[in-house]
Write a protein that binds this ligand. Structure first.
Ligand code: SAH
Length: 258
């Protein structure tokens, strides 16, 4: 019985695919990768005889018919998605036609670029008593935002926010953050091509100057914007410790010291 796997390729570094994703690539008869975002290097795990194609110029219909066609010939067919397939990946739009065609499918999770960006800059998206919440979102461009999800509204939580698909909308990001009560000198982080060998760029700035800094670095695509009260904590003198490692804190695996 053939199966189509939606595999998270990870953020770019071919080594950031999961062990399971790598194994499936080795077994795959056909792989369709999202060339606009997934490094072709990720397909290096596929066999010599594997039918590898780039979906860059394809419509959603082209993609699903390709997957259905290949599933008739191969047991393992892979749609290689950037980062994790559950985020901005048109997953359901691809799964539904497969369901309708009676083709089995499975999703293999991946490392999202949100996490690769935090890793690149050695940032923690959560810190005790600073913020315990991460909002994964985008700002409104051509895709409208549902009610209650404008950046202005979400930013009022003062939690960490990772903005996908928004690097060309930095001006709007600035306006909305300020309107939500953030300060012009609050820190902001932009990571382009997080984890891509030799191509990663990290830009640190403030809400006021990040746009100019990104312009100077010619960053206009494939970038994550991170806004967080935790940014730069590596250099803080005083840090509230995580309770998990606190000597006076009892939990499932350890008793508190007296
Ligand atoms: N499913 C993907 C996101 C796809 S949407 C994931 O989990 O990461 C595409 C957006 O993701 C881009 O516009 C950019 O904001 C972000 N992105 C993807 N790869 C990236 C990378 N290596 N570094 C920084 N941002 C990246």
């Amino acid at each position: 019985m053939s199966k189509v796997y939606f595999v998270g390729a990870g953020p770019g570094d071919p080594e950031l695919i999961t062990v399971k994703g790598q194994r499936l690539l080795r077994e795959a008869g056909a792989v369709l990768f999202a060339g606009s975002l997934v490094s072709e290097a990720c397909t290096r795990w596929a066999s010599q005889t594997c039918d590898v194609a780039d979906s860059k110029g394809m419509t959603l219909e082209d993609i699903t018919s390709w997957l259905i066609e290949k599933a008739a010939k191969h047991e393992v067919v892979i749609r290689l998605q950037t980062g994790d397939p559950s985020l901005y990946g048109a997953l359901i739009e691809m799964v539904q036609p497969l369901d309708a065609a009676g083709i089995e499918s499975e999703v293999v999770a991946g490392v999202s670029s949100a996490f690769a960006s935090a890793a690149a800059a050695c940032e923690s998206l959560t810190l005790p008593e600073v913020t315990q919440t991460v909002i994964l979102t985008r700002v409104e461009g051509r895709t409208p935002m549902p009610e209650g999800e404008s950046l202005r509204e979400l930013a009022q939580h003062k939690s960490t926010m990772c903005l996908f698909l928004s690097i060309t909308l930095l001006k709007k990001v600035q306006t909305e953050l300020l309107a939500a009560g953030w300060n012009a000198d609050d820190p902001i982080l932009v990571v382009q091509k997080a984890s891509w060998p030799n191509e990663e760029k990290i830009v640190r700035g403030t809400i006021a100057d990040i746009r100019d800094k990104c312009k100077a670095e010619k960053i206009a695509a494939q970038a994550m914007i991170v806004i967080s009260p935790t940014l730069g904590a590596r250099d803080w003198k005083e840090l509230k410790r995580s309770k998990l490692y606190d000597a006076s804190f009892t939990h499932r695996f350890r008793k508190a010291e007296k």
